[in-house]
Design a protein around this ligand. Structure first.
Ligand code: SF4
Length: 293
């Protein structure tokens, strides 16, 4: 994915235009070729259990193979922080609007979500002001997007692509609109609590582009990213193309090679973004070396 694949949506008109942009069709043989290459790599993984690669696990495997392998084995859970919690609450608010309409009180969904995470050992605490902020930002965002029923909005759409009997890619798209049955272009819409495009965000987009291509055959026309800000400019679009899908495939290929090494007991450690949350830090020579003055 390069900077030119991302279109900045700087006005209401640009946002509407983005929804009608048909995308750059990706040929069926490209998807078939990519699927074949990834299946070859996936077949190198042990078959004692099913390995589920999410966007987070793919990013972790590429960042540090030791950390990513432990996540793939479910030996360590994804750590949560306050920004992630607020982001998830915000997304729950937006999704409830699309699913149930403007009259629906997002607080109910948010309360259920909080109950679930705290039962799981989480420590989320939101005060009244933060809850109100979630609801306000939700209303603003939905208004800006202006998606009506004819777009067939579907929320929390789960997607899965089986590479082999034991290796699969899974993900959940916040919102999917359009598609053949609606007679309108097909897009994924990702709702973000921040649009600062970090490496993690970029890797997420590449993963989703690939997953959507493998799942839907022809991939959607684009992935639209909506931030929570008041400015219309707080929206971007990743226009789909063969290059974007191949880029996603390269990312997943790197993660599969890393998983094969890691599951065979020879992961490569790389000091980087996962170190601050890593449970192996105390006995990790790579980290010690990188942290040494
Ligand atoms: S401390 Fe950093 S380099 Fe070491 S295993 Fe953890 S993530 Fe990898």
């Amino acid at each position: 994915m390069s900077a030119t694949d991302i279109v900045w949506l700087e006005s209401e008109a640009a946002l509407v235009e983005a929804l009608w942009r048909p995308g750059d069709p990706v040929a069926g043989d490209v998807i078939a070729e990519v699927r074949h290459e990834l299946a070859e790599l996936a077949s190198q993984l042990p078959t004692e259990q099913t390995w589920r690669l999410t966007k987070r696990i793919v990013a972790s495997l590429v960042a540090c193979e030791r950390y990513g392998t432990a996540e793939l084995r479910r030996e360590i859970a994804t750590p949560r922080n306050r920004a992630m919690d607020l982001g998830t609450v915000f997304e729950a608010g937006v999704r409830s609007w699309f699913a149930y309409g403007a009259e629906y009180h997002a607080g109910d969904d948010v309360a259920l979500w909080l109950e679930a995470v705290t039962a799981d050992g989480g420590t989320v605490e939101l005060d009244a002001e933060q809850m109100a902020d979630v609801v306000t930002r939700r209303a603003r965002l939905v208004e800006r997007l202006g998606i009506e029923e004819a777009w067939w909005p579907r929320t929390e759409v789960r997607a899965r692509a089986d590479l082999t009997d034991h290796v699969l890619l899974t993900g959940r798209f916040d919102l999917v609109v359009g598609g053949a049955a609606s007679g309108r272009p097909h897009h994924l819409v990702e709702i973000k609590s921040s649009l600062a495009l970090s490496e993690e965000h970029e890797s997420e987009l590449r993963f989703y582009a690939l997953l959507a291509g493998l799942r839907y055959g022809p991939p959607p026309a684009s992935i639209i990213l909506l931030g929570p800000g008041e400015a219309v400019a707080d929206a971007r679009q990743l226009v789909m193309s063969e290059r974007v899908v191949r880029d996603g495939a390269r990312l997943v290929a790197d993660a599969l090679r890393a998983a094969a090494r890691g599951l065979a007991g020879a992961p490569i450690e790389r000091a980087g973004p996962r170190c601050t949350q890593c449970p192996f830090r105390e006995d990790c020579a790579t980290y010690a070396e990188a942290a040494a003055p």
